[in-house]
Design a protein around this ligand. Structure first.
Ligand SMILES: *[C@@H]1O[C@H](CO)[C@@H](O)[C@H](O)[C@H]1NC(C)=O
Ligand SMILES: *[C@@H]1O[C@H](CO)[C@@H](O)[C@H](O)[C@H]1NC(C)=O
Length: 364
């Protein structure tokens, strides 16, 4: 897992700061392998990755009376998200929204998947949510190196976007169900309701969109090749689009069924054989699971609020009840708010923004 070794010709300065760190005893805060990562940080102090935004401390969210009732099954709700300096503001808002709307917020445990075990990220979350139950796992980008093919939008090609495929390998073996969430969303309902969905024996539960034109998620090269198109969805219900930013996963079944490998196999077809889709990590999920998932009410993923993948135009909300708002697409609410050209829907995200802005107009 986390490791660091001295490259050949390591600069003396690096060695010096390493020694200094040891002397200062900072490394004792972390297991030895992670202390090595700290050295890495010290050697590159000006890297923008390490200049994290500063956040206000969130209030403590405590379980309500109903959570204490005798005999109530106290089940931990496992939520997995990626953790990345670039999306940290989104992650913080998402976590706050989940806690704020949970009747039993202390029952929620967060599993963050990160490229590096950066102490800064850990400290930032701990400082913002002092009472949060969370763990950080390292997702080795090398796991998908050479497997990613270029998509329509560069942001979709980040290795961390593919981490959800490896979720079952990263989180502890005794976690059998997990809710995977993207970092550009807010939950405005009790997440326990999503946790409690009946998976009906399926591996994934998610809102399905059968009105979306499923054909356009794959290229003509896919549809015109009968060895692919005629067999892929055989034996399933009508395949429909689903968004992989909100999924309830039966991780036990995922592991037993070797689903990580199944998704990887399609990525290999895309990379090595022919271009069968244009998007990033989503299409291989559709190829493995579309038509074989359990549908969840649409209220649990009002997606596309970031506009389309290319221009990030403003989108209106679809009618109907909403439990989760998702800024998938190019536009992100924090960027649009900062640029002072927000879309109407971005004002729904703003109350969850914990970013300690230096600009007073954005406070409150
Ligand atoms: C559908 O999913 C189940 C697991 O939930 C799996 O056993 C089955 O093989 C899948 N069927 C198809 C046709 O993919
Ligand atoms: C779906 O998209 C495909 C490919 O772009 C197109 O040929 C087809 O007519 C569309 N179907 C519908 C029902 O709009």
């Amino acid at each position: 897992m986390a490791s660091w070794s001295f490259p050949h010709g390591v600069p003396l300065l690096g060695l010096l700061s390493f020694t200094l760190l040891l002397l200062l005893g900072l490394s004792s805060l972390l297991p030895r392998s992670r202390a090595m990562e700290v050295v890495h940080v010290v050697r590159k102090p000006s890297s923008p990755e390490h200049e994290l935004p500063v956040f206000r401390e969130a209030p403590a969210f405590r379980n309500g009376e109903e959570c204490r009732e005798a005999g109530r099954r106290r089940e931990v709700i496992h939520v997995a998200m990626t953790l990345d300096a670039n999306y940290l503001r989104g992650t913080m808002a998402a976590v706050l929204s989940i806690l704020q709307h949970s009747s039993c917020p202390e029952d929620v445990e967060f599993h963050f998947l990160s490229h590096r075990l950066e102490r800064e990220l850990f400290v930032s979350i701990r400082a913002t949510f002092p009472y949060l139950n969370f763990r950080v796992y390292r997702f080795d980008p090398g796991r998908v190196k050479g497997k990613i093919s270029k998509s329509v939008r560069q942001a979709l090609d980040q290795p961390l976007n593919y981490a959800r495929i490896y979720l079952s390998e990263l989180i502890p073996g005794d976690v059998s169900r997990v809710i995977y969430l993207d970092s550009d969303l807010i939950v405005v309902d009790d997440i326990a309701k999503l946790w409690d969905v009946d998976l009906l024996g399926r591996v994934v539960a998610a809102p399905e969109y059968c009105h979306a034109n499923f054909t356009k998620y794959f290229t003509d090269a896919f549809w015109n090749d009968p060895s692919l198109s005629a067999t892929t969805f055989r034996g399933r219900q009508r395949p429909c689009y689903f968004n992989t930013g909100v999924m309830v996963l039966d991780v036990d079944q995922w592991r037993r069924g070797g689903y990580t490998r199944k998704v990887e196999e399609w990525m290999a077809v895309q990379k090595n054989t022919k271009r069968i889709y244009h998007l990033g990590s989503l299409p291989p999920f559709l190829l493995v699971l579309a038509g074989n998932i359990t549908a969840v009410n649409h209220r649990w993923n009002q997606h596309g609020l970031g506009g389309d993948n290319l221009e990030g135009r403003c989108r209106k909300l679809h009618p109907g009840p909403i439990s989760l708002l998702h800024w998938s697409g190019k536009g992100k609410p924090w960027l649009r708010l900062d640029s002072r050209k927000p879309c109407d829907v971005d004002h729904l995200w703003a109350p969850y923004d914990l970013y300690r802005s230096s600009s007073p107009s954005l406070e409150e």
